[in-house]
Design a protein around this ligand. Structure first.
Ligand SMILES: Cc1cc2nc3c(=O)[nH]c(=O)nc-3n(C[C@H](O)[C@H](O)[C@H](O)COP(=O)(O)OP(=O)(O)OC[C@H]3O[C@@H](n4cnc5c(N)ncnc54)[C@H](O)[C@@H]3O)c2cc1C
Length: 428
């Protein structure tokens, strides 16, 4: 019952880490509270190709991959004849069938020698000396290291998650057959979208909420995410309501719904022999609630640290590479949460956000200053209230940036630093 590494959670992040660590020859056990074939995400997610490359995970191909085309941005739900406010085609986007990706990573982990066990939930984690004792309902296992990759509603091995209800997006994605192909084609034609294009309805239920609709041949892909604590119907309701109103949609093929932590990452992702990974670590690109790519890249960093026998390398590498970038996106997300539909229109339609900015945000890269900012400054000059709110965000980003460049290496100083990060990131 003694392992080099025990991982709680066999979703994309946990399974990737198990594969990487077992490939290095570590004795790895993965425990998931669900049956393994239902572990992790079970719907279609968009993940930028560069994140697979950086993680050293082969890009999806064949049935695992769904091509993405142009994204048409609207403020609210588009009516026939409406012209999109923006159209961008993220070059680096891959639509990924997460059922296939998670199965591929689990199989690779198994082939490399890891043991994967489903329907066994981790109940308690107790580090002591040179080992960690991991207790499930029936057994206590012992390992040199433990990684919590159990998602938002998981083990919380490094203390409670800092996502408040206002930081919790409830999202739903599903794939449906088309019952009436002519009517489906007409719906997309009337809004200027070709086969494969995404109609993105921003602010569809107010504030931070979206509905994405895409047709590919005789299937339609629907995705919605909202923040119910802001008084919006859940993503599931938004999708169900759209389905009710459109007769061309037929039977549901697959999909799923879940809460996504829209947060900055845990300032401490590793302490002693315990680390957090993926959604459990808040490693989410909060501006659009994407966590798959960051979880894979972080798994590679954590594997490197395990190989060196010191999880502090992971703390350092992850925070230096992603800490400030994800915290900045999180502050921007909170700003969008309070936008009215009219303000969302101004941000998109009047070009406060440039195409280059939108592309980089969709591709989960840090935005760069560009000429669009000048146009944005002119628009904001006519909207002092919006400009003031954006200015507050910029001030908070500067304060947080100053902290991230000074992250200490010594664990006790890191606790004080983490407390300062939480204070600087508080809602204002
Ligand atoms: C509808 C929807 C759409 C999304 N779209 C995108 C997108 O387009 N792009 C993107 O990058 N991200 C997207 N996301 C977010 C993405 O799905 C998550 O960030 C990702 O799945 C997180 O992976 P993970 O491995 O960290 O955690 P999870 O996928 O949550 O896996 C955690 C696993 O831990 C298990 N577990 C929980 N508790 C325990 C326990 N006590 N013991 C053992 N096991 C436990 C769970 O059963 C689960 O299998 C979307 C999310 C939703 C809901």
């Amino acid at each position: 019952m003694t392992y080099d590494l025990i991982v709680a959670g066999a979703g994309s992040a946990g399974a990737a880490l198990a594969w990487m660590a077992a490939s290095r020859g570590l004795r790895v056990l993965v425990l998931d509270r669900r049956p393994l074939e239902r572990a992790g995400a079970t719907w279609i997610n968009d993940v930028p190709g560069w994140m697979f490359d950086e993680a050293g995970v082969a890009r999806p191909s064949g049935d695992e991959r769904h091509e993405s085309a142009t994204t048409h941005f609207f403020a609210g739900e588009a009516k026939p004849g409406d012209v999109p406010m923006r159209k961008v085609r993220p070059k680096e986007f891959l639509g990924v069938d997460m059922r296939a990706l998670v199965a591929r990573l689990q199989n690779a982990a198994r082939d490399a020698g890891a043991e994967l066990v489903g329907e066994e939930a981790v109940r308690a984690v107790a580090p002591s000396g040179h080992e960690v004792r991991v207790t499930t309902g029936s057994t206590t296992y012992v390992a040199r290291h433990f990684v919590d990759a159990s998602g938002l509603a998981g083990v919380d091995a490094l203390g409670p998650h800092h996502a408040t209800p206002r930081d919790t997006c409830v999202a739903s994605q599903e794939v449906r057959h088309v019952r009436d192909l002519d009517a489906a084609r007409a719906y997309f034609d009337e809004r200027g979208a070709k086969d494969g294009d995404v109609l993105l309805y921003a602010g569809v239920a107010g504030g931070y909420s979206i509905l994405n609709v895409r047709r590919h041949g005789d299937r339609v892909f629907l995705l919605s995410g909202t923040i119910p604590a802001d008084g919006h119907p859940s993503g599931r309701h938004v999708v169900d309501d759209f389905v009710r109103r459109h007769d061309f949609l037929g039977e549901r093929e697959f999909g799923g719904a879940r809460a996504i932590p829209l947060v900055y990452p845990r300032p401490i992702v590793a302490r002693g022999r315990v680390a957090a990974l993926g959604d459990a670590a808040g490693q989410v690109f909060s501006a659009h609630g994407s966590g798959v790519g960051t979880g894979l890249v972080a798994a590679r960093m954590l594997d490197d640290a395990l190989a060196a026998g010191d999880l502090r390398h992971y703390q350092r590498a992850f925070q230096r590479r992603f800490g400030l970038q994800l915290a900045t996106q999180d502050l921007f997300r909170r700003f969008t949460q309070d936008l009215s539909l009219e303000e969302t229109s101004a941000m998109l339609g009047e070009g406060v956000l440039s195409d280059a900015f939108l592309m980089r945000v969709l591709a989960q890269r840090a935005p760069r200053p560009d000429l669009g900012l000048l146009r944005g400054a002119r628009v904001l000059a006519r909207r002092p209230a919006l400009a003031r709110r954006l200015g507050r965000v910029a001030g908070q980003v500067a304060q947080v940036a100053a902290l991230y460049v000074r992250m200490p290496d010594e664990p006790r100083s890191q606790d004080r630093w983490a407390a300062r990060v939480h204070r600087a990131m508080r809602w204002q």
